[in-house]
Design a protein around this ligand. Structure first.
Ligand code: ARG
Length: 702
């Protein structure tokens, strides 16, 4: 009896840990018995109610998630999702990014150029159609997953004409399970999206890069926008005559809070995961993609920091790209460590072996040999792929190299043939290109950046041919090249000689890169890409056949649901992290010297006076951020965190550094999602910022 009980308990626990995690694709909800697991985990909505949530969650700015929180088109996302757009609208005089923005009425909601918001309006599986077309065109796995191929099929799909009447609807075909399944996704995109609330940077991003990817956190990383449409509710370009978009459904907001262990779910648009890689694929991804990006990224970031110190205008010019690179480099560096610590490559090796055995037992030759073929593919290309990536992050970023190689080749040909007409013609184009390319960059700044990046290339590239790749002598380019100025180029073009041309540093560099990069590395990269597509498709098919297609497909910017619980964690021996933070923690982190940890004076004032509006918890304390074990990744940023009744309790904005291997494997012990408490969000926009006019629109539940 006792034995039976422990067995039962162990089984239950295995189910429980398995259940949390996974970015589920709701089209497979029935097939994968998702509703049962959700209810077992604590969901208290029926299937219809659950599926209706999909209409309230859309894609923001092409790469993030936002949710509808009022019937009049208010949407909430992360501050870091609106960042680039708000950055582009900001000037030193009117800095909506640094100083924040709080509209006080609808009239004060401001146009955000180029920002879009899309709803999914329909989805259908089109696997058979895609396969049939691929067969007709004899397309391989690589081609049939290419944008061009899938777009050509999507264009032919005239079936959904009634959707077109909605306006702004487009269809896209997306590959799932590594090219084993395909779905057509119809989205409606709105183009007039206005800024309503954006907290100042020292509030929204308190803790900056130091706190990024790290728990405990104290920032409310959110922003609020409003979608506008024509009076018929159709998408349109910005116009004064547009009106707030009416939506029948919006998400309610709970002010009741949550406890550790409570059910939580997140709906959003995760961008990319790779949970079905073979050992050699994973190793390749780590060593030849992540590592060179970190190697080149760290010194580049240091250089950028120095540049940004020079002036406020330099900071404003660079801070958007800088934050993006910081985020990637910290992410990839953390992933390298986490994959190593969890010995994920060894674990994948065991999965490889099981798959090979399964293939043999089934007499499936393709499957039985796929692991070996993948191993061989990377064994013969690793160094080239490493150098190719490093090149793109170092030498290849040199802005002196922006003249198209084909143009340089064409001019050389004209010189060689002595064709005077052709020479004049190509010379004209060359001059035009040169003028356009030098107008946008500062040569001194470029040279100072290359002085940092070139040694990284020289010290780390692996192949002899890379080492021999001539490293441009900047003195040469700046003082001797005919391309050193518009005038020197003009002068050369008036009386050109082939002797002068072939010894020019720009030409010498071009030839050397052409023979190594373009003629050697690029073809290798293309060959590996093509073969990998074919092998991956087989590999994933095998894994899914083995588990009965019971696990979710890798993230691909389509709408997913992940469920789990509010949960603390222990990052390492003897250390335990609580599942929530309080505003007081911000002052513990405060620094007088590090601007990333400077406390906003108004936050201090309100805190000192304990002015928490109606947003404090039961004990009268202001809760700031909290943890759940939901399974998210980049693209999910801005997603709503919902309780068992589908009410918003927070907004998801980050992950924890200890689990950055999560794109390759979900780890229930370690993986956490970092969320801003919705009460902290409301306090910031209302008590702190004064955008109180939007409160009556919200469905607040106390
Ligand atoms: N780590 C977050 C993500 O990738 C972005 C956080 C942005 N904040 C920052 N300080 N860089 O979604």
């Amino acid at each position: 009896m006792h034995r039976l009980f422990t067995l039962f308990a162990a089984l239950l626990m295995a189910c429980a840990t398995y259940a949390d995690g996974g970015m589920w694709w709701l089209q497979l909800m029935e097939q994968q018995h998702l509703a049962d697991s959700l209810r077992a985990a604590g969901l208290r909505m029926n299937n219809d109610e659950l599926l209706r949530l999909r209409d309230c969650v859309g894609q923001f700015g092409g790469g993030c998630t936002a949710e509808v929180i009022s019937h009049d088109g208010l949407i909430m996302t992360n501050n870091h999702c609106g960042y680039s757009f708000v950055h582009a609208m900001s000037t030193l005089e009117q800095n909506y990014l640094k100083d924040g923005y709080f509209a006080k009425s609808r009239e004060e909601e401001i146009q955000v150029p180029r920002l879009t918001f899309s709803f999914v309006v329909d989805i259908e599986e089109v696997t058979e159609e895609v396969k049939a077309e691929a067969k007709r065109q004899e397309a391989d796995a690589y081609t049939m997953q290419s944008r061009r191929f899938l777009r050509s099929i999507a264009e032919k799909m005239q079936r959904k004409t009634e959707l077109k009447a909605m306006g702004g609807v487009s269809a896209e075909i997306v590959s799932f399970y590594g090219g084993n399944r395909f779905y057509a996704i119809y989205t409606q995109t709105f183009r007039d999206v206005r800024l309503v609330v954006n907290p100042p940077l020292n509030v929204a991003q308190f803790g900056g890069d130091g706190d990024n990817w790290v728990w405990p956190r104290h920032n409310p990383d959110f922003a609020i926008f409003r979608v506008y449409a024509t009076s018929e509710g159709k998408p349109a370009d910005y116009s004064q005559t547009n009106v707030p978009l009416h939506r029948d459904r919006c998400l309610p907001i709970s002010l009741k809070g949550y406890e550790e262990g409570d059910f939580s779910m997140i709906m959003g648009f995760p961008g990319s995961t790779s949970r079905y890689l073979s050992a050699s694929q994973l190793k390749h991804e780590m060593e030849n993609v992540y590592r060179p990006i970190v190697l080149a990224g760290e010194p580049q970031l240091e250089w950028e920091r120095d540049q940004m110190e020079l002036s406020d205008s330099m900071r404003l010019a660079m801070q958007d790209d800088h934050m993006g690179l910081q985020n990637t480099v910290k992410n990839f560096g953390g992933a390298l460590k986490a994959v190593e610590r969890t010995r994920l490559v060894d674990e994948r090796r065991a999965a490889d072996e099981a798959l090979t055995r399964y293939g043999r037992e089934k007499g499936d030759k393709e499957l039985a040999s796929v692991v070996q073929k993948l191993d061989e593919l990377y064994a013969t290309s690793a160094d080239t792929l490493f150098d190719f990536m490093l090149y793109y992050r170092t030498l290849g970023t040199d802005e002196e190299r922006r003249l198209p190689g084909e143009l340089l080749d064409a001019y050389y040909e004209a010189l060689r043939k002595g064709d005077i007409n052709l020479r004049a013609q190509v010379g004209d184009t060359l001059l035009k290109y040169f003028e356009a390319s030098i107008s946008g960059f500062d040569r001194g700044q470029n040279a100072s950046r290359m002085a940092v990046l070139l040694p990284i290339w020289a010290d780390n590239c692996r192949l002899e041919s890379s080492k021999n790749l001539l490293i441009a002598n900047f003195e040469g380019i700046m003082y001797q090249s005919i391309f050193r100025s518009k005038d020197t180029l003009k002068e050369f073009l008036r009386k050109p000689t082939i002797e002068r041309w072939v010894e020019d540093p720009i030409w010498v560099q071009h030839i050397s890169e052409k023979t190594t990069i373009r003629e050697k590395y690029l073809p290798c990269y293309m060959r590996v890409g093509r073969q990998e597509a074919e092998l991956s498709r087989t590999y994933q098919r095998g894994l899914m056949e083995m588990n009965g297609w019971s696990t979710p497909p890798d993230a691909n910017f389509t709408q997913r649901l992940t469920y789990g619980h509010v949960k603390a964690y222990s990052p390492r021996d003897a250390v335990h992290y609580d599942y929530r933070t309080f505003l007081g923690g911000m002052f513990e982190k405060e620094s007088k010297t590090d601007p990333d940890y400077a406390v906003n004076p108004r936050v201090r004032e309100l805190y000192d006076a304990r002015q928490f509006g109606t947003y404090a918890n039961k004990e009268g304390r202001m809760q700031t951020d909290f943890l759940t074990d939901n399974d998210i990744t980049g693209g999910n940023s801005g997603s709503p965190v919902l309780n068992a009744r589908g009410e918003i309790i927070g907004v998801a904005f980050d992950g924890n550094i200890e689990s950055l291997s999560s794109d390759f494997k979900y780890d229930p012990q370690m993986q956490r999602c970092i969320n801003a408490d919705i009460r902290y969000v409301l306090w910031t926009l209302d008590t702190f910022g004064g955008s109180s006019y939007i409160l009556p629109e919200l469905d607040l539940r106390r």
